[in-house]
Design a protein around this ligand. Structure first.
Ligand SMILES: C[S@@+](CC[C@H](N)C(=O)[O-])C[C@H]1O[C@@H](n2cnc3c(N)ncnc32)[C@H](O)[C@@H]1O
Length: 299
């Protein structure tokens, strides 16, 4: 089933179920982080897509499914890599789907991108025999990840490939000693956040290999991409750090002591040289693990 080539949402019957975000500001904050992530880590994404193309196998890649597509970091990287392909971008956030469509239009790619409104925790639409599925930072959100992987296998044609990209937490930007407050602020923030993640998204940072095998996939590769960008950084790195720290501050509301909270405020919104937009000691460090798993030809 090829969705019609239009630029509006394809809403497949009963599976069409949008979530209701806490607020538009919250969604906008997430969108900003996702877009800056794609911009700052663009070279890493290109390297990843290149590896994927070399691993995809003999059959052409024409239909790609991007699960939990967000603002389209994967969608646009894959459209560049697979020039003959179209991407079906699935997300339950209307706001993020709209951002993705706007970007597709701005890039002149609207006819190769179809957004689909679906809650991947509910019944899946019939995506019909796709060649490649990309799921980046999405599967850990699923209430029943095993079921989502079985659905993913069913959406792939025999011999089709799934790329699962997962990270164990937010990227790191700061040196231990910030010249203000106690050393180790970022490490304390991450430890506090890990506590929240353990409650809210227990699958974050887990090993997807055994789950993929259980769902019937053949796991062909597992690769850790350890990204470390140092000065001179891409121009958007300061804004990326600011956006990530801002979301971190929101998530940690009430979980940091007064001194750490005040320093975090200075880093994000301060007028002085502590602000991450001005710091010369910023870096970008992040680790992403990628599993390549194939639906066997014989199934
Ligand atoms: C962390 S973002 C990752 C976005 C994008 N894949 C990327 O790597 O930049 C997770 C995405 O999954 C979507 N998502 C979460 N739960 C979902 C569900 N049950 N059904 C559909 N999409 C979902 C969110 O709306 C969000 O866009």
């Amino acid at each position: 089933m090829t969705p019609p080539a239009h630029h509006h949402d394809h809403s497949p019957g009963p599976a069409h179920h949008d979530h209701h975000p806490a607020s538009e500001a919250d969604e906008a904050g997430l969108a900003e982080v996702l877009e800056l992530d794609a911009e700052v880590l663009g070279a890493h994404l290109t390297e990843l897509a290149d590896w994927l193309a070399r691993s995809a196998g003999p059959l052409p890649v024409r239909r790609i499914l991007d699960l939990g597509s967000g603002t389209g970091a994967g969608t646009f990287t894959l459209l560049r890599q697979f020039e003959d392909a179209e991407v079906v971008a699935v997300d339950n956030s209307p706001y993020l789907r709209r951002r993705l469509r706007d970007r597709a239009r701005d890039l002149g790619l609207a006819d190769r991108v179809h957004t689909v409104a679906a809650d991947l925790d509910a019944d899946w639409p019939d995506f019909g025999g796709v060649d490649l599925v990309w799921a980046s930072a999405a599967l850990h959100h699923m209430a029943d990840a095993d079921r989502a992987l079985r659905e993913t296998a069913a959406a792939l044609r025999p011999g089709g490939l799934l790329a699962v990209v997962e990270l164990d937490g937010l990227p790191r930007f700061l040196p231990d000693d910030l010249g203000v407050g106690r050393p180790g602020l970022e490490a304390r923030c991450r430890a506090a956040l890990a506590g929240r993640h353990a409650e809210a998204v227990p699958l974050l940072g887990s090993d997807w290999g055994p789950r993929l095998s259980r769902a019937g996939f053949t796991v062909e590769a597992e690769r850790l991409f350890a990204v470390e960008l140092t000065q001179p950084l891409p121009p958007a790195a300061g804004r990326y750090a600011q956006a990530v720290l801002r979301r971190m501050r929101g998530a940690l509301d009430g979980r940091l002591d007064a001194e750490d909270s005040a320093v975090l405020d200075l880093l994000i919104d301060g007028d002085g040289p502590e602000n991450v937009l001005l710091r010369a000691d910023l870096a970008v460090r992040t680790e992403r693990t990628v599993w390549l798993a194939r639906r066997p030809f014989s199934q």
